[in-house]
Design a protein. Sequence first.
Lengths: 315, 329
Amino acid sequence: MIARITHERVLVGVLLLELVLFGAIGSNFLTVGNAAEIVRASAEIGLLSLALTPVIVTGGIDLSVGSLLGLCAVVLGVVWRDADLPMGAAAVTAVAIGIAGGGVNAWLIARGIPPLIVTLGTYSLFRGLAEGITGGVRNYSNFPHAFLWLGQGDIAGVPSQALVVAAATIGFWLLLHRMAIGRALRAIGFAPEGARYAGLGVTRSVGLVYLLSGAAAGVASLLYVSRLGQAKADAGTGFELMAITAVVLGGTSIFGGRGTIAGTLLGVAILGILQTGVRLADLPAELAGVLTAVLLILALGTNKLFEDTGERLDA
Amino acid sequence: MIRTRTLTLTLLLTTAFGLISCRGGSESGRLTVAMMPKNKGNPYFASCRVGAEEAARELGVKLLWDGPTETDPAKQNEVVESWITRGVNVIAVSVENKEAISTVLRKARAKDIKVLTWDADAEPDARDFFVNQATPRGIAETLLDHTSRLLGGKGTFAIITGSLTAANQNEWIRQIRQVMAERYPNIRLVDIRPSDDDRQRAFEETQTLLKVHPEIKVVMAIASPAVPGAAEAVKQSGRTDVRVTGLGLPNAARPYLKDGVLDSAVLWNTKDLGYLTIYAARALAAHAVKPGDASLTAGRLGTVKIAGDNIILGVPFTFTKANVDQFDF
């Protein structure tokens, strides 16, 4: 078999390069403890990115996930503290709000409004609701220990949120790479009209990916709140752009039709390692932003060079 | 096929990454103090950094200065996490989100890292000491000293506050009344008006004050946007017998200080705050200070008071026409 230069291989190369580089110049970089911290810090972005991959594969976008995370976090706090319900009920409500938020996106997009416009609108709407509910200042904290375990605990050294991300990875991998709907999503991304005439349930499939994206924001809000120990309206600010960066870095085409879960996971890992590595190597934190740009251009540029050996529709 | 293999490879890599471990331990050699502002881009904190670097040079301490440049509240936590991983000796944080940061600061303490807060405090059990820049009592005393000097010991003044419900300002007002009762029997506070932290509102309220109480000779503006607002109103009124003092930032105060309408702007010396934080960090790391001690020696600042687990910077600092150009925030 001839070795092909796929985008994922380029990413694995970048990841190795980061490990070698930061391992050499960073303090305590190549340690179990640091690996766990990187996983913790990347878990929420990871979840959002996994869910965003099928969205972008259909040629869509979801800019509302960071704001929706904030809204879910606030709702979690309200239900638990203000309504005085058990933590479990609050968590379920938060995820339900996430699904509902995703549902709003799905419904509007099904009405033919472009996803960019819909989710740009709900980006403001969800954050606005979160700020409205808390007056922008109310901060929920002192959550029960069992809940905080989700964000701060571990099982034999493996951070608890790693399990959530692993489960989501398997789920989205099955969806995109092993189920008929995955193929439909690619087809929609390449040619939505063609997919419609081919008899695929375009509206239903597209609706599903936005619902899942909302659900991911809901679950991510649980990880976020339990990691930080507080729920405030500004939770998850800017997460949507970080997630989009990870997905695009992972090789998903922003025009739709192409993208893999493995690539996204690599994208998340590369960005997470970069952020921590820069700090441990005593480099200015701003450098992480510059290097992200360099990586994005480098990785995608390399991909462009070998484009015809890359993804295929029947992947 | 290819994709499954890549996935396996990724998983293997992650595992390998975790296993190549245990270079462990703290950074060798010099004492490393990691210091975090609320926001790296804010000139107020840049000014604190100048003092921190001065102290670090004097003490031969390695100073790491990092903090958020954006509004994401998780950022302060992530920076502290990376400092814990690096194994710094002391962490000193100006706290943006009390509840969130306390979680990770407790974790640092559990790993035998000394923890300070400065400028803004975390929950008390999450740190060893809070380097407190000014007590409400100290602020009240300094403001009244200026007022009394301007009034010649006798007369009336009015206050422009933030909002009528602001906790900080109300505490200061309470202390001002108390200090007046103790020390300044001939000075009378005739009115307190809100500015809602808005310069324009402070301008209008001061205009009203001057009409309703023509006898006042000093306007005390105790919210930083209120200082230039009140000064502008007095300036436009043409009342050369009325002066303004208050709590404010030097850049906003500068033009009015130079005009002479604004007599003084009280705050704390931000450079000294950074300087003291590093001296406190060093003392803490050397076990030279513990809660309950009465004082701490801090380089050019001399002996600094400790109240419980608060290290007090001391008397507030007054910006005047003469010194305001040394500050830029």
